[in-house]
Design a protein around this ligand. Structure first.
Ligand SMILES: Cc1ncc(COP(=O)(O)O)c(C=O)c1O
Length: 324
């Protein structure tokens, strides 16, 4: 029911825990749903980074939770404000993405990692660590997941294989130290029973194959090339939008638009030119502090399409500025 032992062992190794601390889930989204239902009572506050992944805001609202934004900067969540937010809301859960955050690409700074876990522990709360982008790095060294350095069972770790493989390979894991695993399992049984065994076996075969590390290297190279192509095109076409800090992982750029830009109008103008961008508003739990868009460089045929896409985005921006 919890998943095939061999697959649980594979996920456990990366997080530095034993297989008994791992539940196999139907991807990351199912893991988030289970974690929120297990850890946060309906009506309670859920602390989230601002901005954050809209999929977690949707799950939280569906579970009757109140997402409360905590400010971040280029180094991730700001610990002193996280402590204040726990104090002000009595929240029992903080959702975060310490590695290549969606949408900003930020990595939680080394000096903040222990602080985040400690602040949550002091508040009697859990940290849900969504590690969805661990296999989407662009080639550099990666920090260990927070759960690997958590002796107290404060961190509930979410991971998924959908992004580096296929959206249909809906296999991921929930990992936690200590008794909270039982709580997670009790909710998972109610929600989704278990992940089909043939899918788990196919996953094991995939990640155990000699070609798996090669595949991950190819993903890293492909993402890096596409990121660089998008940045080069932005420098050429829309230099004001080039981000200050270049993400070292993930598949998107988070672009701050000039004050007063209408994100929706820009999204519509871009779509008319067959370019899909995500309006920034959806990534904020409360009112957006400024206009943003998120542009993805994964779902393209290659660098030429990225070039062309940014050229068309520049035209859409000019149209919106001119009020066309
Ligand atoms: C931050 C984050 N977490 C979780 C997910 C869910 O991923 P999946 O259910 O495909 O594993 C996504 C998907 O976009 C995501 O961006």
């Amino acid at each position: 029911m919890e998943g095939l032992t061999a697959l649980r062992t594979w996920f456990a190794r990366e997080a530095g825990v034993g297989p008994a601390q791992v539940l196999i889930t139907a991807g990351g989204q199912a893991a988030l749903t289970t974690a929120l239902r297990a850890l946060a009572p309906p009506g309670s506050a859920l602390l989230v980074e601002s901005p954050t992944y809209p999929g977690v805001l949707a799950v939280a609202r569906a579970a009757g939770l109140r997402p409360v934004p905590v400010p971040t900067d280029a180094d991730g969540v700001r610990p002193e404000l996280l402590a204040d937010a726990f104090g002000a809301t009595g929240a029992r859960v903080f959702f975060c993405q310490p590695l290549f955050q969606n949408p900003t690409g930020a990595v939680l700074a080394p000096g903040r990692r222990a602080q985040v876990t400690e602040i949550a522990r002091a508040a009697g709360a859990f940290v849900i660590e969504d590690d969805f982008a661990r296999r989407l790095g662009h080639g550099g060294p990666l920090p260990a997941p927070l759960v690997a350095d958590d002796p107290y069972g404060t961190v509930v770790h979410v991971t998924s294989l959908t992004k580096p493989t296929s959206p249909s390979l809906r296999v991921g894991a929930l990992i936690a130290r200590g008794p909270v695993v039982e709580r997670l399992r009790a909710i998972q049984v109610v929600d989704s029973f278990f992940v089909p065994r043939p899918l788990q076996e196919a996953t094991l075969e995939l990640v155990g194959a000699p070609a798996w590390p090669r595949h991950l290297r190819a993903v890293a190279t492909g993402l890096r090339e596409r990121r660089d192509a998008m940045l080069a095109a932005l420098r050429r076409e829309l230099p004001d939008l080039v981000p200050d800090r270049i993400p070292a992982g993930g598949y998107q750029l988070w672009l701050r638009l000039p004050d007063g830009t209408d994100e929706t109008a820009l999204g519509t103008a871009a779509l008319r030119a067959s370019v899909a961008v995500a309006a920034g508003r959806a990534y904020f739990a409360a009112e957006a502090p400024a206009p943003y868009i998120r542009v993805s460089f994964a779902d393209t045929s290659g660098t030429e399409e990225i070039d062309e896409g940014i050229r068309r985005l520049a035209t859409a921006c000019a149209e919106v500025r001119a009020g066309i």
